[in-house]
Design a protein around this ligand. Structure first.
Ligand SMILES: Cc1cc2nc3c(=O)[nH]c(=O)nc-3n(C[C@H](O)[C@H](O)[C@H](O)COP(=O)(O)O)c2cc1C
Length: 198
């Protein structure tokens, strides 16, 4: 099994980093291959440049795809499951991860790819695992959970993933209260990978 994690958090002191570390241990215990794109650590360029826009926005596929984007395409090509790990910031992923989609989902690869042989494969499983300050019940009540799922699962992952789920680890302002529930959710990732990817 080949797992790819796309991780976006600037601090190793964060709760989100603890979630990453725990998932790394759980994946290692299965003897699965794991590759991690740690976007802050890599200094991943999240802004699209003017030259890149000329390829993406003006749909000029004769222009080259940037080397760092091709590296991400190669990681995706190997993956049976991709796990996106991030904190919820203003009801979405951090801008750095949003920039990963802006740039890695290049035209002819992730969309508008009818005649492209460089088309992105359909990944068996896409999982978003996000931490949030607000409790899940509140995110449900104000319909932010619904909108985060709609945007992330239906649009960003879209038809590029066969199976998709978002686990919201909410209520991080009072971690003791949510610890047990979060542990259940984090451990469930392994079972989800087994059931969707085998
Ligand atoms: C810039 C910023 C924006 C945030 N926006 C939200 C938000 O919209 N909804 C929410 O539930 N929590 C929000 N939070 C709280 C984070 O989701 C919370 O800090 C995270 O779940 C866990 O923290 P850690 O991994 O940074 O330690 C925000 C935090 C920051 C720093």
């Amino acid at each position: 099994m080949n797992i790819l994690i796309i991780y976006s958090h600037p601090s190793k002191q964060s709760y989100t980093f603890q979630v990453l570390e725990q998932l790394k241990e759980l994946i290692a215990a299965q003897n699965w291959n794991l590759e991690i794109s740690d976007l802050y650590e890599m200094g991943f360029q999240s802004d699209m440049t003017e030259a890149e826009y000329e390829r993406e926005g003006l749909i000029n596929t004769a222009l080259p795809i940037p080397a760092d984007v091709i590296l991400e395409h190669q990681k995706i090509a190997k993956a049976d499951a991709i796990i996106f790990i991030y904190p919820v910031w203003w009801s979405d992923c951090p801008a750095k991860m949003k920039g990963w989609f802006d740039r890695v989902y290049s035209v002819g690869y992730a969309y508008a790819n009818d005649q492209s042989d460089a088309k992105m494969k359909t990944v068996p499983l896409g999982l978003a695992v996000c931490t949030a300050g607000h409790p899940n019940a509140f995110l449900d009540e104000i319909e932010i959970a619904k909108s985060m799922k709609t945007v992330f699962l239906n649009d960003r992952l879209g038809k590029r993933f066969e199976n998709k789920e978002m686990l919201i680890l909410g209520g991080t302002l009072d971690k003791e209260k949510v610890y047990d529930e979060h542990q259940i959710q984090i451990k469930s990732v392994i079972e989800k990978i087994k059931s969707y990817c085998s």
